[in-house]
Design a protein around this ligand. Structure first.
Ligand SMILES: Cc1cc2nc3c(=O)[nH]c(=O)nc-3n(C[C@H](O)[C@H](O)[C@H](O)COP(=O)(O)OP(=O)(O)OC[C@H]3O[C@@H](n4cnc5c(N)ncnc54)[C@H](O)[C@@H]3O)c2cc1C
Length: 413
């Protein structure tokens, strides 16, 4: 990175490098077809090329590069989950995040903020203590702290005992971070395409042809492609694409909204989450407040913004930071979240012998982008999922082996 900067400084003119070459013609066959050019699909293509030398890959997207949930999320990255399986998995992602800017030679604006999940009731304090102990056991930095420590970390938070829901304590996770979501996708796309991977935007997958237990062809709006192996990484459309391959997924899709304020003076270092108030908030380097909360009340595939969401969220934000009542909102948007019954993903092999799945990313999949790419690449290259992915296997819903992350994955992202 330092050498790259020096070279840039000494250069007289700067020629911007396009992230991708012009879109190539679609070939009639590829070794690997990846459906979905979001962070997960692109990261898998990148690690397949880099770690396994597999480059005859087409990444197909019905829209544009990372225009799905990758472009719509609120960029929170953390590993303080509830189950040992979840903590181990997200912690591996954190380790990959730390090195990504250097790996891409491209600043993804990864920023350590610290993450505070507030407890407003005794029952929540008990869950926080449980999470802190599981985290520490797994080597992840997490601690239950009281109001005085919270005040030191976030002096502007309303810690009054007169509040409707007074803050009793918090789960403090110092590694909690944010990163620029587009930059992550561009970094993986650039690295993959430099190694020979083809990225085909505006190419929708409409069906599959199968023989026995194998997918032989992927049908697209630009013609059919013969394929060696296929990965679906289409958060927000997992059940629909899965159904085309004959897979039934225990997923329902629910819209999730978020919003951002006008820029303000920096006053908020950590990421603040309150499950009780259905609210989270953090401040970007430009001073905007990024805010979100619960999913919409009914399943659907809309990405529309609603007044109802904004009114509810703002009422709760003002309970935590009453002085924000005068602040104007700049933007509001929505995405689609594929929710599983246990709030954990579905990853690995499927009943089709050459068809792999990376799905069920609900409200929590951005932080998993590097580890998903790394481990799904290993799965596709070797044909079997590594141990770290096994708890998230497709069949776990038949065998009642769920990985219950509800207490750690919903509003907190
Ligand atoms: C408002 C909001 C806030 C969030 N905040 C956070 C957060 O703070 N932290 C966190 O960890 N997670 C968060 N998430 C979740 C996170 O955004 C997703 O889990 C993650 O982006 C999934 O990445 P992906 O690459 O799997 O999917 P996507 O980025 O959605 O990519 C899937 C791609 O598949 C394409 N596709 C779909 N169907 C087809 C088809 N038939 N043919 C071809 N292409 C197809 C789509 O066009 C899309 O580009 C949030 C989500 C939302 C909506």
């Amino acid at each position: 990175m330092a050498l790259g900067l020096l070279k840039q400084g000494l250069r007289r003119s700067y020629k911007p490098q396009p992230v991708l070459p012009p879109r190539p013609e679609l070939k009639s066959s590829y070794d690997v077809v990846i459906i979905g050019a979001g962070g997960h699909g692109l990261a898998t293509a990148y690690y397949l090329a880099k770690e396994h030398g597999i480059t005859d890959i087409a990444v197909l997207d019905k829209g544009y590069l990372a225009g799905g949930n990758t472009a719509r999320n609120t960029a929170i990255v953390r590993s303080n989950y509830l189950t040992p399986e979840g903590v181990r998995f997200y912690d591996e992602s954190m380790k990959l995040w730390e090195g990504l800017s250097n790996e891409f030679d491209f600043n993804i604006q990864f920023s350590h903020r610290g993450h505070l999940t507030l407890a407003h009731a005794d029952s929540t304090l008990r869950t926080m203590r449980w999470r802190a102990e599981v985290n520490k056991h797994m080597g992840v930095d997490s601690e239950l702290i009281g109001p005085e420590d919270i005040r030191r970390l976030c002096p502007h938070l309303n810690l009054s005992e007169e509040a409707r829901w007074p803050v009793l304590g918090a789960l403090y996770h110092p590694p909690g971070s944010t990163a620029r979501h587009d930059a992550v996708a561009w970094g993986y796309a650039h690295g993959a395409s430099k190694r020979g991977v083809e990225i085909h935007q505006h190419t929708e997958v409409t069906g599959f042809r199968t023989e026995g237990d194998r997918v032989t062809e992927v049908e697209t709006t630009r013609g059919n492609i013969r394929c060696g192996r296929v990965l679906q990484a289409v958060a927000g459309a997992s059940s629909q694409v899965g159904a085309m391959a004959g897979l039934r997924l225990p997923i329902h899709t629910v819209p999730l909204q978020a919003c951002v304020s006008i820029p303000m003076m920096p006053f908020l270092d950590p990421i603040i989450v309150s499950g009780t108030l259905h609210t989270y908030i953090w401040q970007t380097g430009r001073g905007e407040l990024v805010m979100g909360g619960s999913s919409d009340p009914v399943p659907g595939y809309m990405t529309r913004s609603t007044l109802d969401f904004k009114e509810g969220l703002m009422a709760h934000v003002m309970e935590l930071f009453p002085f924000l009542g005068e602040v104007r909102l700049n933007r509001q948007w929505g995405g689609m979240t594929d929710m599983t019954p246990d709030f954990s993903p579905v990853m690995g092999e499927t009943p089709l012998s050459n068809y792999y799945i990376d799905a069920g990313w609900g409200t929590w999949g951005f932080k998993a982008t590097p580890v998903c790419g790394y481990r799904m690449a290993e799965t596709v290259a070797k044909g079997t999922a590594p141990d770290i992915l096994k708890p998230f296997r497709y069949e776990r819903f038949d065998t009642f082996d769920q990985v219950g992350e509800r207490g750690a994955a919903s509003v907190g992202h």
